[in-house]
Design a binder for this molecule. Structure first.
Ligand code: ADP
Ligand code: ZN
Length: 816
């Protein structure tokens, strides 16, 4: 008997459908272990072991593994199972999921560029290779290839990885200015005094003539603890009521030392006082018990609670219990940079266990949190993050809270994997027995449907915590206002009057205009009519270049009409009004007040959002004009009036979810008014005040709306009654992409498994120089889904072999 020879099936972080088999030799490796392997011409990648076995591959000769990391498996079986589900369900190679889930510092490859860390201490006990690497990088960052030349090694990766682990090297990356780590000055007592506090007596006496300095020193002792001698400089000066000159004097006297400490940019107020959880009121207590009972029977519970009912407090009670049991908790939010108030609140309860995870943090920050989660570090037992946090390597997850579960941003559009983090969380819950709580005031139709069908538990909380009734929503008929000449720009006289009254009462105003996902439409400026597709029940999209109206789903198209079908006027508007123009208009109407704008453009600069937010909170700004950013998680006590400039734009967005989104957003916007003691006021401008959706919004009647909407979805065959997969093809030449899409649609059609719609041209027909065509696959059951998913790679293979279609990108989007 000869000795056994081992092979490993390795998944590489690349867009490859199959894992590759590599030769290990005499010793096996564990599943989930990291290894470096050659791939292609002189390229190396870090891969993850999926399987270790003794079967030699049939179709090719296995190449030898280059390096095996000397560490326990990086990826646990939990992650391999979960990521594999994502890969299969979202029709994406597992390698792409791994690439999305693992910080790139774990995935060194031959194209990686590395640099010495500026702060690195000189290295001790380094191997000769490691020393050579340090020397070579002393001149500046190098690619792995150049570094290999410099140290005369084809592959210096193993040495590089060791040095990264030792904190001497880092992957070099151009850090986005917005997300640079943020440093703040901290103060500590000089080391000699920290060791011997009695030595401070003469110092105090010496300060008798410098009261400010003395006060700083005394304040320092209020703030410091023996195991945390560092105190934020800002906080110290603020509490001592002193200026930095006094502090500098103490530093000069070598009583204090200054330190630059990297702070988490989201946790902008340095210090929180830990507080016990709020006691729940009866309604909240009942909801909590109901949730706990439901969890005994079901993994997933939908928690439907009106705005300001105190869902967050209920979550917090659940979280505390799970943390006490020693398990990990994930708190998902739609958009992390808009959650400053939530972070503050969670910190007061869970500061020492809470970490915020953001996909746009620096690589080293992400790596650090990733490792803490993987090691079940108590300081990261509770993770607050946006959708990508669901991919973190939880070991022992007890609970996932998906807050505002209806939000569209839980879906990743680009790049692959195009996953829905809420749905993925539900699956992760099934795989790991973690409990999943989906919270929302206006649940998604999908979750509502699942709750209705008994798939999820379902708990409702209908009272607002403060008992304040929801603000009254009053509509303003834009048709009539236009007819009567009662408009100034985009503002009706009625709205202007209400703004004026509000400002006179020293209250603040929020004006809302949605622009996100803006699609060109034709809307009649006189009556507000927007042409619809008769088959798909969505608005038609206006294409300027050929003056056509098209359906985004089926291939219906028509010449754009001259006159409105509804009122016969020729007053088409195809642009819609941006927040910038609105800001200008309102500033013109109220030249003496401070108006600010909150949208992605105005908050791109680092810290801009926080600043705007703080200024509005301090009432230095009276009117805030914004996109849906104004509605997310913000809670300003002094806002009395919310004005919605044009509800119709939201309603007519060409998407089958536009009514659902419209309702959700209008409710959320309305919820911004008058959250404190007195009810607020909401004015909603619309061309269709009699539209059922608007009437239901006015009543906050989400259940009636959902029942109507479910009926529509059933009639026109949309989710949750059927499932969708969208195929998107992109190419630089229009005729190529059109032919390619037609070919693809024909092939799909020939199998007769599902309804194939399209190819069609989307509203935004060309992105980054590439023309886009879309095909929609509609189908009912699981077996159709599996058939289609099995087909797609085969179709893709034939597609790839057609020469004229080369360089056409094909993207698959499951549950778009
Ligand atoms: P939701 O998430 O449902 O919109 P929040 O959790 O933000 O509601 O609660 C709304 C407000 O009511 C917050 O200011 C919160 O601090 C307060 N609140 C809710 N429940 C309690 C409670 N049990 N005790 C004290 N304050 C509460
Ligand atoms: Zn259509």
């Amino acid at each position: 008997m000869s000795n056994p020879v081992y092979y490993a099936d390795v998944v590489l972080p690349l867009n490859l459908v199959q894992p590759f088999t590599y030769l290990l030799g005499a010793s096996p490796v564990a599943v989930g272990q990291r290894i470096i392997v050659p791939f292609g011409k002189q390229k190396f990648y870090t891969g993850i072991v999926l399987r270790c076995h003794q079967t030699q591959p049939q179709r090719y000769e296995a190449k030898e593994v280059v390096f095996i990391y000397d560490e326990p498996p990086l990826i646990s079986e939990i992650q391999i199972n979960f990521w594999s589900w994502i890969a299969t369900y979202y029709a994406t190679p597992l390698g792409m999921v791994i690439k999305g889930a693992l910080p790139s510092s774990f995935l060194l490859e031959s194209q990686s560029v590395v640099a010495l860390k500026p702060s690195a201490e000189t290295a001790e006990d380094c191997s000769p290779l490691e020393q050579k690497i340090i020397l070579a990088l002393g001149e500046g960052p190098l690619s792995m290839k150049a570094l290999g030349k410099a140290v005369e090694r084809v592959n210096p990766m193993s040495g590089v990885q060791k040095l990264i682990q030792k904190g001497i090297l880092e992957l070099y990356q151009q850090v986005d200015e917005k997300y640079r780590p943020k440093f703040e000055n901290h103060i500590s007592l000089a080391a000699s005094y920290l060791k011997d506090l009695d030595a401070l007596h003469p110092v105090f006496e010496g300060l008798s003539k410098a009261p400010k300095q003395k006060s700083i020193l005394l304040t320092y002792f209020d703030l410091y603890t023996p195991d945390q001698p560092l105190v934020s400089q800002k906080l110290l000066l603020q509490k001592a009521g002193a200026k930095s000159a006094a502090l500098n004097a103490l530093v000069d006297k070598e009583i204090f030392e200054t330190h630059q400490i990297q702070v988490n940019r989201i946790l902008f107020s340095e210090d929180v006082e830990k507080q016990a959880l709020q006691a729940l009121n009866t309604a909240q207590q009942n909801a909590l018990s109901a949730i706990q009972q439901a969890f005994e029977k079901q993994n997933t519970v939908l928690f439907e609670g009106v705005t300001a009912s105190g869902k967050t407090e209920v979550y917090s009670h659940l979280i505390e219990q799970v943390l006490q049991s020693g398990k990990q908790v994930l708190y998902l939010v739609p958009e992390i940079s808009l959650t400053t108030q939530l972070v503050e609140r969670l910190r007061t309860y869970f500061d020492s266990s809470l970490k915020v995870y953001h996909s746009r943090y620096s690589l080293s920050e992400r790596t650090e949190i990733w490792e803490q989660v993987q090691q079940s570090d108590p300081s990261a037992q509770l993770i607050l993050g946006a959708r990508s946090a669901v991919l973190l390597p939880f070991r022992d997850l007890g609970l996932i809270v998906v807050d505002e579960e209806h939000e569209a941003s839980y879906k990743q559009n680009d790049p692959a994997p195009r996953y829905q983090a809420r749905d993925a969380a539900v699956v992760l819950g099934q795989q790991t027995q973690a409990k999943i709580l989906l919270g929302s005031a206006t649940p998604s139709l999908e979750s509502f449907f699942n709750a209705q069908q008994g798939k999820y538990g379902w708990v409702q909380l209908k009272e607002r915590f403060t008992g304040v009734s929801l603000p009254k929503i009053q509509t303003i008929d834009l048709k009539e206002a236009h007819r009567n000449g009662a408009m100034q720009g985009a503002f009706s006289n009625e709205l202007i009057k209400a703004i004026k009254t509000t400002l006179e009462a020293q209250k603040q105003v929020i004006l809302f205009q949605n622009r996100r996902g803006y699609a060109p439409q034709m809307t009649c400026g006189s009556c507000g009519y927007t042409p619809q597709c008769s088959q798909c029940d969505v608005s038609l999209t206006y294409h300027k270049y050929d003056h056509q109206l098209r359906c985004h789903y089926c291939s219906f198209q028509m010449q754009a009409p001259h006159q409105c079908f509804a009122c016969g006027m020729s007053t088409w508007d195809t642009k819609g009004l941006g927040t910038q123009q609105l800001q200008a208009q309102i500033q013109n109407l109220f030249p003496e007040v401070e108006v600010a704008r909150l949208d992605w453009d105005s908050t791109r600069k680092k810290g801009a959002f926080e600043e705007l937010f703080n200024r509005f909170d301090r009432q230095e700004i009276q009117i805030l004009v914004g996109t849906q950013m104004v509605v997310k998680g913000l809670n300003f006590a002094n806002v009395h009036l919310v004005g919605i400039l044009n509800a119709d734009q939201l309603m007519h967005y060409p998407d089958f979810r536009s009514h659902e989104r419209c309702f959700q957003m209008l409710c959320q916007v309305a919820g911004r008014a008058g959250r404190a003691e007195e009810p607020g006021q909401v004015l909603l401008q619309t061309y269709q005040p009699e539209h059922p959706l608007i009437l239901q919004v006015q009543q906050y009647d989400y259940s009636s709306f959902i029942l109507d909407e479910l009926h529509q979805r059933k009639t026109f065959e949309y989710p949750p009654y059927i499932r969708l997969i969208q195929i998107r093809l992109l190419h630089q030449q229009l005729d190529v992409v059109q032919q390619a899409a037609q070919w693809y649609a024909n092939v799909l059609n020939s199998y007769q498994i599902a309804t194939i719609l399209g190819p069609t041209t989307p509203g935004v027909a060309r992105v980054r120089n590439r023309y886009i065509q879309e095909i929609l696959i509609k189908f009912k059951g699981v077996s159709e889904r599996n058939q289609i998913k099995a087909l797609l790679p085969k179709i893709q293979q034939s597609f790839d072999s057609i020469a004229p279609f080369r360089n056409t990108r094909v993207q698959v989007d499951v549950d778009p």
